[in-house]
Design a protein. Structure first.
Lengths: 234, 302, 323
């Protein structure tokens, strides 16, 4: 039973459809990358899954439970977390407060969870009292992911986690994604950095012009010469 | 001149209370609440009602704690009015602004609705109390204390400063230490991310109105204690409130506090060479100055 | 009630509503066509009325000067007052516009409140300017000697209607021109309009100036109808809020809406007078104006929530070559 499933999703922000009958399947504890050219609808797919956009057609299932069209605050309670590409932190709040906001709906004591997050991102631990607005891009991305992880999600949606980061930080972020996955969280990554993303994924989906082009084992996609030429930057 | 400065601080504290509520609302809802001044009036008049009608009916003594001009009635009326106006502000949101929000109306429509609401509040006050000036304690001698530098200050004014300080400290603790306060700051930073994190932003909005309204009421009542209560007082505060909020960077609570004091002092000091009725114009000129020279306010980036 | 009485009443009604129609037309240029949220109408209403008054009355001399102070008095005919009001308001709008037009909409709105309040304060406090709070009286009326004073209002009605019609036709002409279409584009989407290479701030300034000139003319018409003005007439309620309700009720973005709204809401306003006269017990009579304004306020909120486009709705097409 797949943990997350999108079937025949058609959606758009206005009358124009950005996504056309798109499908996606994620198995438990998998890392799945969604790659493709600009404007392919990759980010839109994440937003449709997370309820920021209501699909016109199709369904979205979280562990066989239909979540199509639910609002984000309902979906996040079911174990699905989302990190937007931009504006993904609360800049005037401290690192610790950002994490606290991530845990807002928790009614239990989450201090152990917070410690786990700090162990995952030791750089953040020393800066826990600093305002996030003063942190660097890479550190902010870590705060953004940490915030999303506070609710122990089963699936994490990441929209271009490496965007705007220096190559060294990109590797660091991808390392962290692997560590997160190792704790049992399935991760869906939308990425421009296609090769790097596929290298750490189990499977990959290629989207272009709002439609599925192909999906396969990540290694198969990487080995495929034509795919490499067309979508992975030669 | 020193005396004017001190009076300016007192007035500034009152303006600050109103400006904080205004800036809180703007930070989260992104529209200029033109009804905020009249929320101050509402607070002042609800207190008047409680003190002169309800409490006298209940037999609460009318005596004052000399040398202050207030007594038990005010001690009870103050928090009750704050609560009531918090409720009025929440009601305003539910009846008017929320409907427009859900229709995705542009900010100008909300501002226009707020303008209408401000007139409605003022008309209700005028209908119930008429246009006369009122006092919480008519005829009480207000002895002035003498401070160094030959400054005279009334005990009431010291009380006002104390109340403002207490309220500001409470607000600070609320925003920094409580879960709801942090959620309010988060929502002001990024409402969509707050929603994505599961925060119920509609509840945050209600809390914002409640607190903004309560602080406005406090400001109005304190002004009533210091000077007088009259139906146009809220409208007269509108320009100073906006000037203070803009000066302190709109959306920034601590900026609004600073802005309030600056505007208060500026207004009082201006009476040394301008007619007192020009005070709103002074606030206005400062506001225009800020918008031209440094529109992002003292604490704004860029 | 005799026919003459009813007829005279209707004429008064039509004159006042017509004056407010002029205000609405002016506001519509600013709001309906360029989206400028002007809450300071009362300011230009005030300036227009006072300028016209000062132009058309003589400067007080001799014993009279003890009672009335005026900065100047040109004693010119009504037409000069009317045009003078328009000109001065246009100039004032121009100078105000330079610093304020670049502000965001809600900031501009606050600025306009401040401007109106400042004007009112100046006219109220500076006695040497126009007699301070006592105001000016005995303002002349055009074509005064032509008929019996009892029937004079018919003449004034014709004057007002002529002005309304003239302004209406002028605006309609201008709106359908290429200039007018740019104005409309700015209201819909300022960024796109500026990307088309149009200098948005120029157009906003023109709209501000022309709208203010029209409002100023309305002020002049008001002054010469009531023959006496003082600063408390130009309150935010009467001089700004009522006009906004009229425009929103009639249909903003729409000249017909402006005129229809003025007559409609003036009718409602007068209607509330009958209502309160009839229904209120004696003890509450003094509060009648507040109750009336309360009803108007509630009316505005209802319009904003349930029919923001007003009665006549928005004009969809603006070019005379379409349809």
């Amino acid at each position: 039973m797949s943990i997350l499933c999108a079937e025949g999703v058609t959606a758009g922000y206005t009358e124009v459809d950005i996504l056309n009958e798109v499908h996606l399947r994620v198995e438990p504890e998998e890392i799945v990358s969604i790659i493709g050219p600009n404007g392919a609808g990759k980010s839109t797919l994440l937003k449709a899954i997370f309820g920021l956009l209501k699909p016109r057609k199709g369904r979205i299932l979280l562990e066989e439970e239909e979540i199509t069209g639910l609002s984000p605050d309902r979906i996040v309670r079911k174990g699905l977390s989302y990190v937007p590409q931009v504006h993904n932190v609360f800049p005037s709040l401290t690192v610790q407060e950002n994490l606290e906001m991530g845990a807002f709906i928790r009614t239990d004591d989450y201090s152990s969870r917070m410690e786990e997050i700090f162990q995952l991102f030791p750089l953040l631990k020393e800066r826990r009292k600093q305002k996030v607005g003063q942190l660097s891009g890479g550190q902010r991305q870590m705060v953004a992911m940490g915030r999303a992880l506070m609710l122990d999600p089963r699936v994490l949606l990441l929209d271009e986690p490496s965007a705007g980061l220096a190559p060294l930080l990109v590797s660091l972020i991808f390392e962290k994604i692997q560590e997160i996955n190792a704790t049992g969280v399935a991760v869906v990554i939308v990425e421009q950095n296609a090769r790097e993303a596929l290298k750490l994924s189990h499977r990959g989906y290629i989207l272009a012009m709002g439609r599925n082009v192909m999906d396969d084992e990540a290694q198969a996609l990487l080995d495929n010469e034509e795919i490499g030429r067309l979508f992975l930057g030669g | 001149m020193v005396e004017l400065f001190i009076y300016g601080i007192v007035l500034g504290g009152i303006i600050a209370l109103g400006a904080v509520g205004l800036t809180l609302v703007y930070g989260i809802l992104r529209f200029a609440n033109f009804a905020h001044g009249d929320l101050m009036s509402a607070g002042a008049y609800i207190s008047l009602f409680l003190m002169s009608v309800l409490f006298s009916g209940m037999g609460i003594p009318d005596s004052n704690f000399a040398p202050l001009s207030i007594g038990w009635r005010m001690v009870l009326a103050f928090p009750l009015s704050m609560l009531a106006v918090g409720g009025v502000a929440i009601a305003m949101d539910r009846i008017l602004y929320r409907k427009l929000r859900h229709k995705n109306s542009p900010a100008v429509m909300l501002a226009m609705s707020a303008l209408g609401a401000s007139f409605i509040i003022r008309m209700i006050i005028l209908i119930l109390w008429g246009a006369d000036y009122r006092f919480y304690r008519p005829g009480v001698l207000r002895p002035a204390l003498s401070l160094p530098l030959g400054v005279k200050i009334r005990p009431d004014q010291l009380l006002i400063l104390s109340v403002v300080t207490v309220l500001v400290i409470l607000l600070h603790l609320f925003l920094q230490k409580t879960k709801m306060g942090k959620a309010m700051r988060a929502t002001a930073d990024n409402m969509e991310l707050a929603r994505v994190s599961g925060i119920d932003t509609e509840r945050i909005i209600l809390w914002t109105w409640g607190i903004g309204g309560a602080l406005a009421a406090a400001g109005g009542i304190l002004y009533g204690i210091d000077v007088q209560v009259h139906p146009g007082m809220g409208w007269n505060f509108l320009l100073p409130l906006f000037a203070a909020a803009i000066l302190g960077t709109i959306g920034n609570v601590y900026g609004a506090l600073v802005g309030g004091f600056v505007i208060g002092v500026a207004q009082q000091v201006s009476t040394a060479f301008l007619m007192p009725t020009y005070k709103p114009a002074v606030a206005f000129l400062i506001m225009i100055g800020i918008l031209l020279i440094r529109p992002q306010g003292i604490f704004g980036g860029k | 009630m005799d026919l003459g009485g009813i007829s005279a009443y209707l004429v008064s009604f039509a004159i006042m509503a017509g004056i407010f129609a002029v205000f609405c037309l002016g506001l519509n240029i600013q709001w309906g066509y360029t989206g400028l949220f002007n809450i300071g109408i009362a300011g230009f209403f005030c300036v227009g009325a006072y300028v016209s008054a000062l132009i058309t009355t003589p400067k007080p001399t001799g014993p009279y000067a003890h009672y009335v102070q005026q900065a100047f008095g040109l004693n010119l005919p009504f037409l000069f007052g009317l045009l003078g009001a328009a000109l001065v308001c246009g100039l004032v709008a121009f100078f105000i516009g330079i610093p304020t037009l670049r502000l965001k909409e809600d900031y501009l709105a606050i600025a306009t409140i401040g401007i109106a309040e400042t004007f009112r304060l100046v006219f109220n406090n500076e006695h040497w300017l126009a007699n301070g709070p006592r105001g000016l009286m005995g303002l002349p009326q055009p074509l005064q000697g032509l008929v019996d004073p009892r029937h004079y209002n018919y003449i004034y009605l014709l004057v007002v209607l002529a002005v309304v019609l003239g302004i209406y036709l002028l605006i309609e002409r201008a709106i359908r021109s290429p200039w007018g279409r740019v104005l409309r584009a700015i209201r819909e989407d300022e960024i796109s309009a500026s990307m088309c290479g149009k200098n948005v701030s120029h157009f906003k300034m023109q709209s501000l100036v022309f709208g203010s000139m029209v409002i100023g003319m309305g002020g002049a018409l008001y002054a010469h109808y009531t023959k006496a003005i003082s600063p408390d007439v130009f309150s935010p309620l009467y001089g700004t809020f009522l006009i906004w309700v009229m425009l929103m009720a009639g249909g903003s973005g729409n000249n017909r809406g402006a005129v229809v709204g003025a007559y409609l809401v003036w009718g409602i306003w007068i209607g509330t007078k009958f209502l309160t006269d009839f229904l209120l017990p004696y003890t509450l009579k003094a509060r009648a104006p507040y109750i009336r304004f309360l009803l108007i306020g509630i009316l505005l909120e209802i319009i904003l929530i349930y029919r923001p486009q007003g009665l006549v709705g928005e004009e969809k097409r603006v070019s005379r070559w379409i349809d």
